[in-house]
Design a protein around this ligand. Structure first.
Ligand SMILES: Nc1ncnc2c1ncn2[C@@H]1O[C@H](COP(=O)(O)OP(=O)(O)O)[C@@H](O)[C@H]1O
Ligand SMILES: O=C(O)[C@@H](O)C(=O)COP(=O)(O)O
Length: 425
């Protein structure tokens, strides 16, 4: 297998979002969990998305895991590696986007790396280096209250400069609009000044196509699914890859009980949970009971057990920004996040042991904890439930035939949980 594109995603929902985008753009794509073991049988593919849970861990660990993934991808022939980050640039002043970018850049000798989280299909656009989420700048969006990476500065040149050892430049929209040659000239100008990375503006998919044409001639880029789209279209339009129609079909049904787990506290997820109350039984976990270790997972399993034969259930820890802040003040941010993620993983593990084969998980870190616990080594991409969220079919592993959907906190329409289950037969 010779890869045309290698991708390293800093969380599992982000990886499935990218795998979905690449598949829809005609690339045969597989999503692996971590660096694949040598004995994992992978189909013949154009792109591999290695999923890491490296967004909110220590920067040193994020760097070493990303480097291991890069080594594997390059050894499979990947001439270009895309480091997939969140379309809302989720990170803190100590990383991990900057440190990982710096390390991968040093490894491949890239003079100046193009960086953009733009993903217009989901309302993420970048203008003059400022990230907009829908109609508002990042720092005015609900991301300012994210439980782990509150985003309070929309100027990404500044944000990345605080995290990186290199100087950060800007390729503005006027340059992108003039086309690939203008972008190449601007990147060369920045590189000539010793500027090692540049935020590049993009508002429409056509901007990302221009960026993709330039990036595909480099060894490394950093961004969200939008630049993935640009790269995929460039690889197809320049004849490096023969486009394959996205399968998207239902595949073999797995049947059996279905469950949803929500650990995301995003506004979108809170609305989706409220809608789900009308469609299925919903249990709201008590986060204080989780933090004080009084058997909240067992209470959830006892609640779910008699209901699963009747239809899907939803178990959620999600809470409003005020409630999250209050819990974090009592227990600490990392301790709260970790304990809740592990409780979600306990619940998932036991639901699967009791026969659940269709599982929807809301939240990137939450999905990481759940998928790790289920020891699923990889996924094939199926139908698209919502922009950035495909149905995933587990490959390898010991849990048998399973369908999952890993929803980024901010993605999906109000009826997301029902929409997902409707496609997961
Ligand atoms: N009620 C709560 N209070 C505090 N933190 C919570 C609560 N519920 C979930 N969390 C934590 O918030 C984080 C949500 O992150 P994540 O799962 O990545 O969601 P998103 O995709 O919205 O970013 C996780 O670490 C999760 O354990
Ligand atoms: O790019 C995106 O927005 C998503 O693919 C993504 O990374 C989601 O992260 P979470 O919101 O933490 O699920």
């Amino acid at each position: 297998m010779t890869l045309a594109l290698g991708c390293i995603a800093d969380d599992y929902t982000g990886a499935s979002d990218l795998a979905n985008t690449l598949t829809r753009a005609g690339l045969r794509t597989v999503q692996t969990i971590g660096v694949p073991a040598d004995d994992l049988a992978l189909p013949e593919v154009d792109a591999v998305v290695v999923s890491l849970k490296s967004r909110s861990i220590g920067a040193g660990l994020a760097v070493s895991r990303s480097r291991a993934a890069e080594t594997w991808l390059r050894s499979r022939g990947a001439g270009h590696v895309l480091f997939k980050i969140c379309s809302t640039f989720d990170s803190t002043d100590v990383g991990n986007i900057g440190p990982v970018m710096d390390a991968l850049r040093a490894d491949c000798g890239e003079a100046a790396v193009l960086v953009t989280p733009a993903f217009p299909e989901t309302g993420r656009t970048v203008y003059q280096g400022n990230l907009f989420v829908g109609a508002v700048p990042l720092n005015e969006s609900s991301l300012k209250d994210h439980p782990l990476n509150p985003m309070r500065d929309s100027n990404l040149v500044r944000v990345l400069a605080r995290q990186s050892r290199t100087q950060i430049g800007l390729v503005d929209l006027a340059t992108v609009t003039r086309g690939a040659d203008a972008v190449r000239a601007r990147v060369a100008e920045l590189a000539g000044k010793g500027i090692g990375a540049a935020i590049i503006d993009a508002v429409f998919d056509r901007d990302l196509e221009t960026i993709g044409l330039v990036a595909a001639q480099h060894r490394l880029s950093v961004g969200a699914s939008g630049i993935g789209l640009g790269l995929a279209r460039a690889l197809v339009s320049t004849g490096k890859i023969k486009s394959t129609a996205a399968s998207g079909g239902p595949g073999a049904a797995v049947g059996g009980p279905a469950a949803c787990l929500a650990g995301s506290c995003s506004q979108a997820t809170l609305h989706q949970i409220a809608s789900a109350e009308r469609a299925m039984p919903v249990l709201h976990l008590d986060p204080d009971r989780i933090l004080t270790g009084v058997g909240e997972a067992q209470r959830a399993l006892d609640w779910a057990s008699p209901r699963l034969a009747e239809g899907p259930v939803l178990i959620a820890s999600s809470a409003t920004p005020d409630q999250v802040a209050a819990l974090q003040a009592r227990h600490g941010r990392d301790a709260a996040g970790h304990a809740i993620e592990q409780t979600m993983a306990d619940i998932a593990e036991n639901l699967v042991k009791s026969g659940v084969r269709r599982l929807v998980v809301a939240g990137g870190e939450t999905s990481g904890a759940v998928v790790d616990r289920l020891r699923i080594p990889g996924f094939l991409v199926g139908a698209e439930i919502a922009a950035g969220v495909p149905v995933l079919r587990a490959v390898g592993g010991t849990s048998g035939d399973m369908l999952l959907a890993l929803k980024s906190g901010n993605f999906g329409g109000p009826e997301f949980f029902s929409d997902a289950l409707g496609l997961m037969r």
